[in-house]
Design a protein around this ligand. Sequence first.
Ligand SMILES: *Cc1c(COP(=O)(O)O)cnc(C)c1O
Length: 370
Amino acid sequence: MENNNAIYVTRSSIPSYEEYTEEIRDIWESRWLTNMGSKHIRLEGDLKSYLQTPYITLFANGHLALETVFTAMNLTGEVITTPFTFSSTTHAIVRCGLTPVFCDINPDDYTIDVSKIECLITPKTSAIVPVHVYGNICDVNSIQKIADKYNLKVIYDAAHAFAVEYKGVSSANFGDASTFSFHATKVFNTIEGGAVTSKNSGLIPILNRLKNFGIQDEENVTHIGGNAKMNEFQAAMGICNLRHIDAEIAKRRVIFDRYAERLCGIPGIKLSIPNGDIKSNYAYFPVVFDRYRYSRDEIVTKLRAENIFARKYFYPLVSDFECYRDRAGFDSSKTPVAKYIADSVLTLPLYGDLGADQADRICDIILEKD
Ligand SMILES: *Cc1c(COP(=O)(O)O)cnc(C)c1O
């Protein structure tokens, strides 16, 4: 349970109680609780314009968005992806009967290393599933070139990249599709929730059916779909949170900048600061302890002693999970950069209401200043 002075890695942003209850009032009148009601329709419209994307469809969560889009695209065989991600990316690939093929990552922004993709392509490869990890946008142009050359689909796991832009283009508009998570811990939340965006209008009706048992209309069921619909209470939370998202991101930026200012240029501490091409959402503040006087794990212990809970995000690598032990191809020694980063990275607490003084306190502990 949360105790009063503990600091966790994140804290969900929520509207005022009054704002949410006002938003859900008409649900009591309509009794329309789920199945693409007015809140769902409204949030899709709001997000389309906020993310500047032509097509979007909402999901119960980000994980089902991933599984459903893989199914909708009829992927087969092998999928080239990154091991430096949340379990969901890899699990979705495996749960869809596909084989993940792990590509190593860049040591600077931790996204997939495009120079290592081509040598992993085989006749069985059907797609590339990169992750805009911590909101850092992948090398989307090089990835698209490779995909075009080998006729592969590209699906971005954009769970971390809500509201991020690269050279003025929304993260929702790269590749064949992008998936988002609106989980409580993400920059924008619908309690639980997710979405798929795509420039391809043909994909959306299929996704809409697959998230609702494959139902086309009352008498026609065209796909073996599951149930992955966002309900009206989730959508209502999204409508409220979206009103405040720019303010939330601006508050995060203050904390992010304070961390950057305090920790930049310290020998043994490596930061990943978005460059001028990126409009960031300040979702995470990853720090890599690279021959610092304390190891990552020692820093974790020091912070914990002060009731501060940073996260080893992502450690361990997905390819080292117990559930994948002894599986061919799940060998973290083949992605040495990812392994090294997983062993040395820590994401510091970051959320709008954290307070710059708390960020300072955390830096003081890391830098041993008081
Ligand atoms: C959060 C997250 C997901 C899963 O989203 P849920 O909404 O929690 O199901 C997938 N991929 C990445 C990279 C994530 O961080």
